[in-house]
Ligand binder design. Structure first.
Ligand code: DAH
Length: 339
């Protein structure tokens, strides 16, 4: 039996040494020292020994068990340390590894133009005004001297929600809203989306953007309008830009004009962007019609004003060389990334 015990000891020592992790070690503990472990089984078999042998064998088993327990404890410490080191190594963060790129978006070309125009007019002392896109017909038309039989009010041209409520077809209603609530001097611009019942093609979209301008004060004249637009055109489109006025008609201005700018791509010689004309139509403008001032509670005998309005898409397309307006609304990142 002594030999059996010594064999158990030898084998167990070897196996403990070889154990590679805590699970293996624990299994060995069960195998040798557990309730049904090899050493325990030997103890149980002591009944068959001569009485004088029993204490000796008992002592030997106890001694071996104590030794093994110490070995198990040492090995456990060693393995725990090894596992900790492994974990630290595996979880090590390599700070030199390149990080995942987070892509930052950029402003839409339309937003870029709006911001640029805002900066120019803020620099000239203007304020930025805002108005609803779902607008009352009275602001979009009546107060702008556009009577019920005017063609712009046709069901073919404007999106109606009810007879009296519509999607604004221009930013001009903001003029009326501002004049009703603010006393002159008034100097505002109003950028925003407008809607018209147009079918989509390379130069038309049922939604597009305009920027409206309005100045009302004592002694405002057509000369102020021309000077203002000239400064604006030069700042926005380049110092060499020339501007010309053509007589036109708008219900809410009298006199009215359309303003063209010399082509800022070819400088006026004629190219694809200006379609060989040398000039690009830029905006509508004029002196605020006395009726409009009256409708909005401002005395036209005391005050005069000028107003203008232009499409943002047209400027963006000319400035960035975009040939198809649809690109501006498709929101394809491959397109938008270029600006
Ligand atoms: N609202 C006009 C349009 O949509 C543009 C315009 C023309 C605005 C003349 C004005 C203006 O303020 O004075 O075509």
């Amino acid at each position: 039996m002594k030999e059996q015990i010594n064999n158990i000891k030898k084998n167990s020592i070897k196996e403990i040494e070889k154990a590679e992790n805590l699970v293996e070690l624990n299994n060995l503990k069960v195998k040798y020292l557990g309730k049904k472990g090899e050493l325990t089984v030997v103890l149980r078999g002591m009944g068959s020994l001569a009485p004088e042998e029993r204490p000796k064998i008992g002592e030997l088993v106890n001694q071996v068990r104590d030794e093994l327990n110490i070995l198990f404890e040492q090995k456990e410490k060693e393995l725990k340390k090894k596992e900790l080191i492994n974990r630290i190594e595996n979880e090590n963060i390599d700070v030199t590894e390149p990080s995942k790129k987070s892509t930052l978006g950029s402003l839409h070309p339309i937003t870029q133009i709006i911001k640029e125009v805002e900066e120019i007019f803020l620099g000239m002392g203007y304020e930025i005004a805002d108005g609803p896109e779902v607008e009352k017909a009275i602001y979009n038309f009546d107060k702008l001297n556009t009577p019920p039989d005017h063609p712009a009010r046709d069901i073919q041209d404007t999106f109606y929600i009810t007879d009296d409520i519509l999607l604004r077809s221009q930013t001009s209603p903001v003029q009326a809203r501002v004049m009703e609530t603010q006393k002159p001097p008034i100097k505002i611009i109003c950028p925003g989306a407008v809607y018209r019942s147009d079918s989509v093609d390379a130069t038309h979209s049922p939604v597009f953007h305009q920027i409206e301008g309005l100045v009302v004060d004592k002694n405002i004249s057509m000369a102020d309008l021309k000077g203002t637009l000239e400064i604006f055109a030069k700042k926005c489109l380049g110092e060499n830009t020339k501007i010309r006025f053509r007589p036109h008609h708008f219900p809410f201005t009298e006199p009215s004009a359309e303003a063209d700018v010399s082509c800022f791509v070819c400088g006026g010689k004629g190219c694809r962007v200006c379609k060989g004309e040398g000039w690009i139509e830029l905006l509508g403008c004029g002196m605020v019609h006395p009726n409009v001032l009256n409708f909005c509670g401002i005395d036209p005998e005391e005050y005069t004003g000028f107003a203008f309005g232009f499409g943002v898409e047209r400027i963006a397309m000319a400035k960035f060389g975009i040939e198809d307006m649809r690109l501006l609304f498709e929101n394809d990142v491959r397109f938008l990334k270029q600006f």
